[in-house]
Ligand binder design. Structure first.
Ligand code: SF4
Ligand code: SF4
Length: 125
């Protein structure tokens, strides 16, 4: 498992619940993971690391008790909640599609800075 500098906060310091993390505006929840558009984003399209994590995280979610979620470093998305991507082979020069996402709309992420490319800039403030 990767444990790079860009890894999100330690798991024990975060709340993986509907109420969201103490330090995260966007809840790290299964509902939000399922609404996230990052899996369809051009920035990740050619990332083998992200594609592999996508497949394995989908398998993990299926095999987990209902409503439970894998640790953030295993999920290649919802970066607005968890912060920068752990995969190093993304292409942040391509267009971010967060603006099409219902999470982005619900949490009014447009108003923040950063308000896009959370995989590159870090989580929403
Ligand atoms: S706003 Fe972006 S990072 Fe956050 S859940 Fe939506 S697509 Fe994913
Ligand atoms: S945060 Fe934006 S740029 Fe990054 S993968 Fe998600 S949709 Fe694409």
């Amino acid at each position: 498992m990767e444990k790079g500098k860009d890894r999100p906060e330690p798991a024990e310091g975060r709340q993986f619940s509907e109420s969201g993390g103490k330090d995260s505006r966007v809840a790290y929840s299964l509902e939000n993971i399922n609404r996230c558009k990052c899996s369809q984003c051009p920035v990740q399209a050619d990332s083998q690391c992200a594609q592999d994590k996508l497949k394995s995280s989908e398998q993990k979610i299926k095999s987990m008790p209902a409503g439970e979620v894998p640790p953030p470093e295993d999920v290649p998305g919802i970066y607005c909640s968890t912060g920068k991507a752990t995969c190093q082979d993304l292409d942040p020069g391509r267009q971010c599609i967060c603006g099409t996402c219902d999470v982005w709309k619900e949490y009014n992420l447009k108003e923040g800075d950063p308000n896009n490319h959370f995989c590159h800039h870090g989580r929403a403030p």
